[in-house]
Design a protein around this ligand. Structure first.
Ligand code: C2E
Ligand code: MG
Ligand code: MG
Length: 784
């Protein structure tokens, strides 16, 4: 007969024995019975011997029998007592053993069961009830089956049937659903007991074991292994000697090394030499102190390629606190670093010139200020703005403009020390920080050198371009101690350099700040000037030099500031241009002038014409009101010829940049065009012909110096001749003296405008002037 194991058999026997003992007599009863029995037996034997030997029972025999009986009974009692003692001890030991066993089964969460294969009834030990958390269950196998998890019931009985068929031990792991809703994992093992006679299995005796904790641990391990194997992060595990004992597939993928190549080696195999020994000393200091380290590290792949990784090292300690393992996790961040660098570069550098941009410049300036503070040194900040860059851009195109900016950056770089910071703030604006300045006297030569160098021509492919630079200079700590203030100062000084004729430099002064503050104030007030009707148009007559007849006047804008009184357009027009307010203001001027010319046409002369100044800023941006203006003239019933638009010479360069198209609606409606301040700007004579120009207005700087035989006289004469050849009429501006007028008449100039005839006048006064002019002409026999 096959047994499950000797322990189980023994346990069963013990159980039977204990059951018998329970039904047995008490110890006293058992001793008394033995004494009486043995006495009776001895008496019976002795009496029987007397009868046998002498044929009767004598008192001697009875006494002898009694003595013998006592002896026998004593012996029997002694024997019984001995046996009882042994039995008792054995029983106690068995009980203890059973208790120990039950305790052990309880601790191990193990129970014993027996299944009778014929009746299909099962015996379950109390431990099983404990494990399953149930009070009692019937011996019907079907009841137990109901406890098994739906998904596992099949496998349990398949395993049992298989073991039965193959007569092999039965083993199954399955889940049971506990009454409290939990699921418990069970390991079930059993062996068959066979009938000795037939060899057929009679029953299965087995153990049932709660393995939930083990299963959970296994699941966690399985998950950990899954993570380890499938992680995108490379992993190494090193031992106490820092030798690699395990890696994951991501490690091989990232570094190119297989497990065989690195196991037993130290992580130094990846070393790129990108970090110095101090770096590693610091890393080990942290590892030894805290067990952790995290940071960026440059390493090298097997193919020699360097890469940067983000590395995290953690330590696993043994129970005695010594280092057991170190686990390193790292990811390749090379691409992210490259992207970060690119983003940083784009955020801090000007893509065109490669120079630091405004953001980085401010950062550097702040650093330089801190350094200068520490070293008690000086700094100079130069603000360089190119003059006429827009003209070049417009004339030659943006590509050439960009090329020019690159060359400008190179030239500036050559004029300063390598340690000085050059930046491009945007557009045509550059800045230079001259650091460690021991003597402010060094600034002017450097600045002058820049102006000279930038004044030289730029070769842009086949084209040559001329520009100049206006530079503002401010000095730390004299002018200011913060980056904001210094930059603002340098800008104001640059602005002053521009205002005073460009192509030069200016040091910052307190007065500039006042001017800048005034501009800010003006800007604020200018925003409300239109609504408050603070603008007014003055008109300056334009006189026909040959006849003295006045059929033309120039509209000149005046701003009556509530606090400062009349402010010259040369002060506020630039503010209006910078702020974009020029569009609304220009619109107002045009409509006002149109209204006025309508009246004068009716009152004085049907060909009366008013000139309106149009700032270059009005030609840029989206808000160009040309079409709207033509419509307005039509609405007033005015022909285009009633208006002349005065544009600056610089705009001529914009012929290819769309000026022609922008002027076309005017020209189509008959509006005429004059070039204002001719001779002062940067223009190509070729463009004069390209655009349909009606008048050239010689700038007053030429008229001012007119004297017989002077250069300006020759220039004016040349302009007159050229204009007439091109079919244009000439107006001389700023005619102040009779001599100038006479010379202009002599050279054939068509019109004159200036204080000699009249200053710009308000409407009423001009009307008086016109009336006086008309009557003077009439008395001279001329008609207006
Ligand atoms: P501009 O168009 O060249 O106007 C001529 C300027 O010379 C006027 O200055 C006028 O008062 C001044 N002027 C006239 N005759 C003489 C003279 O004999 N001697 C001297 N020294 N100056 C004379 P104003 O009115 O101060 O205007 C200055 C500039 O402001 C104008 O120069 C023009 O460019 C601009 N401006 C005036 N009104 C407007 C406007 O409505 N829109 C725009 N965009 N600009 C305007
Ligand atoms: Mg003008
Ligand atoms: Mg002018």
């Amino acid at each position: 007969m096959r047994t499950v194991n000797c322990y189980d058999t023994f346990r069963r026997k013990v159980a039977v024995y204990l059951a018998d003992v329970q039904h047995h007599m008490s110890f006293g009863q058992r001793v008394f019975a033995a004494v009486v029995l043995s006495f009776a037996m001895a008496e019976t034997i002795v009496s029987a011997m007397g009868l046998l030997l002498i044929g009767r029972i004598t008192p001697d025999y009875l006494i002898t029998g009694g003595v013998a009986s006592i002896i026998v009974a004593t012996l029997i009692v002694a024997g019984v007592l001995q046996l009882e003692k042994k039995t008792h001890r054995f029983s106690a030991e068995m009980k203890k053993s059973e208790q120990r066993l039950n305790f052990a089964l309880g601790v191990a969460k193990m129970g014993v069961w027996e299944l009778d294969l014929n009746s299909r009834r099962a015996y379950l030990s109390p431990d099983i009830y404990r494990i399953l958390g149930i009070a009692c269950i019937s011996t019907d196998l079907a009841d137990f089956k109901r406890l098994i998890h739906d998904q596992d019931a099949g496998l349990v009985f398949t395993a049992l049937d298989k073991a039965l068929a193959e007569q092999t031990p039965y083993v199954a792991e399955y889940r049971v659903c506990l009454p409290d809703g939990r699921t418990c994992w069970i390991e079930d093992r059993g062996e068959f007991q066979l009938d000795e006679a037939t060899g057929k299995p009679l029953r299965v005796i087995g153990t049932l074991w709660d393995i939930t904790a083990r299963k959970l641990a296994e699941e966690e391990l399985r998950l950990a292994a899954l993570v380890y194997q499938n992680s995108n992060e490379a992993m190494t595990v090193t031992d106490t000697d820092n030798r690699i004992i395990a890696i994951n597939p991501a490690f091989s993928e990232m570094t190119g090394y297989s497990a065989e190549e690195v196991i037993g080696r130290t992580p130094k195999i990846l070393s790129s030499g990108g970090q110095d020994s101090e770096f590693f000393r610091a890393m080990w200091r942290s590892l030894n102190a805290t067990g952790k380290w995290q940071g960026e590290i440059w390493n090298r792949r097997k193919n020699g390629e360097k890469y940067v990784e983000w590395l995290t090292i953690n330590t696993i300690y043994a129970e005695d606190g010594s280092v057991h393992r170190r686990v390193a996790l790292f990811s390749d961040i090379t691409k992210r670093k490259e992207a970060d660098t690119l983003i940083w570069t784009q955020a801090n550098y000007d893509l065109l010139t490669g120079l630091p941009n405004r953001r980085l410049f401010i950062d550097r300036l702040e650093q330089e200020i801190k350094k200068a503070q520490r070293d008690n040194a000086g700094i100079a900040l130069l603000f360089i703005a190119l003059d006429k860059f827009k003209e070049v851009n417009d004339a030659l195109g943006h590509q050439k403009g960009d090329e020019l900016l690159v060359q400008v950056a190179e030239r500036i770089q050559c004029c300063v020390r390598a340690s000085d910071t050059l930046a491009r703030l945007g557009g045509d604006e550059f800045t230079v920080i001259l650091r460690e300045l021991s003597n402010t006297g060094d600034i002017a030569p450097v600045t002058q050198g820049l102006i000279t160098r930038l004044g030289e021509y730029f070769q842009l492919g086949k084209d040559r371009a001329y520009i100049s630079a206006s530079i503002g200079v401010t000095v730390y700590p004299e002018d200011g101690t913060s980056s904001d203030i210094l930059l603002q100062n340098a800008y104001q000084a640059m602005y002053a350099a521009k205002q005073s004729g460009r192509n030069g430099f200016r040091f910052f002064t307190a007065a500039m700040q006042e001017t800048a503050q005034l501009r800010t104030r003006l800007l604020n007030d200018l925003r409300q000037a239109l609504q408050r009707s603070e603008f007014q148009l003055y008109y300056q007559p334009i006189v026909c030099l040959s006849s003295g007849v006045i059929h033309k006047a120039e509209a000149l804008l005046r701003w009556k500031h509530p606090e400062y009184g009349f402010i010259s357009p040369s002060v506020f027009i630039s503010v209006a241009e910078d702020s974009g307010l020029i569009h609304d203001i220009g619109d107002w001027v045009f409509k006002e002038a149109a209204q006025q010319v309508k009246q004068w046409r009716e009152r004085y002369h049907r060909d009366f014409q008013v000139s309106v100044n149009k700032s270059p800023a009005q030609f840029s941006g989206g808000k160009v009101a040309h079409r709207h203006w033509s419509d307005h003239l039509e609405m007033l019933g005015l022909p285009g010829q009633s208006i002349v638009i005065e544009i600056t010479e610089g705009l001529l360069l914009n012929v290819d940049g769309g000026l022609k198209d922008k002027l076309l609606p005017f020209k189509n409606s008959g509006v005429q065009v004059a070039i204002d301040d001719f001779g002062t700007g940067y223009s190509s004579l070729a463009y004069l012909n390209k655009l349909d120009i009606d008048f050239l207005k010689i700038d007053q700087s030429f008229t001012r110096n007119l004297s017989p035989g002077s250069t300006d006289s020759a220039l004016c004469e040349a302009i007159v001749v050229m204009a007439h050849k091109l079919g244009q009429l000439v107006i001389a501006e700023g005619v102040e003296t009779e001599e100038q007028r006479a010379l202009l008449v002599q050279m054939g100039c068509d019109y004159g405008q200036g204080y000699l005839f009249s200053k710009p006048l308000p409407v009423r006064e001009l009307e008086v002037f016109l009336a006086a002019n008309q009557s003077a002409l009439a008395s001279d026999g001329l008609t207006a």
